[in-house]
Write a protein that binds this ligand. Structure first.
Ligand code: SF4
Ligand code: SF4
Length: 184
């Protein structure tokens, strides 16, 4: 019918997959909306936690992965603390994110952060600005981490390789392979 979108068919196999992966509180949700009302991210992004959980309950896989909503959660756990039904929303979101990465649907900002870990062992870029800030408060310009220890960096890279993290991430975007901190 004109003007009406195609109805989305529930896919309970996908719902079961989420629940079998550790998201077994998914079916407890009664759609009260407390999570959305509590979510700091929903105030500044399009993430609507209740809606995301509803899509997950119905197994609307394509709808879940076709937007960046999944990646707007900061995993602050406020929704979980306030949910009257004990739905572990952040864990469900993490399960969905893991599925998204396997599909090659990792959000661009997260791809970048993963690239920083692969290349430097840090999730936050470190450069001249940070060095200056450390100096100002009397610290060594470089922190005692992978940034100053080749051995530690080698160990991180070995873990990255052994766990297949590099392949998983570069499978989504090969350009991060050689990316280094852009703040230097
Ligand atoms: S607060 Fe809990 S029960 Fe209410 S909508 Fe959110 S997940 Fe569902
Ligand atoms: S854990 Fe995520 S979804 Fe829940 S309140 Fe925090 S930002 Fe929102």
């Amino acid at each position: 019918m004109e003007g009406r979108s195609t109805p989305k068919e529930p896919n309970f196999n996908f719902t079961k997959k989420i629940m079998d992966s550790g998201g077994d509180t998914l079916n407890l949700c009664i759609q009260c909306g407390t999570c959305t009302g509590s979510c700091p991210s929903s105030k500044i992004t399009a993430l609507r936690t209740r809606k995301l959980i509803r899509k997950a309950q119905l197994g609307l896989e394509d709808e879940i992965f076709s937007t960046d909503d999944l990646w707007q959660c900061t995993t602050c756990y406020r929704c979980y603390e306030r949910c009257p039904r004990g739905v572990d929303v952040p864990s469900i979101i993490i399960i969905l994110r893991n599925m998204a990465v396997k599909r090659g649907d990792l959000a661009e900002a997260h791809q970048k952060n993963a690239g920083y870990i692969i290349n430097t062992g840090h999730i936050i870029p470190f450069g001249k600005k940070q060095e200056a800030m450390r100096k100002k408060v009397g610290l060594d310009p470089t922190p005692p981490t992978t940034l100053s220890s080749e051995k530690a960096l080698k160990e991180v890279k070995a873990i990255v390789k052994k766990t297949g993290f590099d392949k998983l991430i570069t499978g989504s975007d090969k350009s991060i392979k050689n990316e280094e901190s852009n703040e230097k």
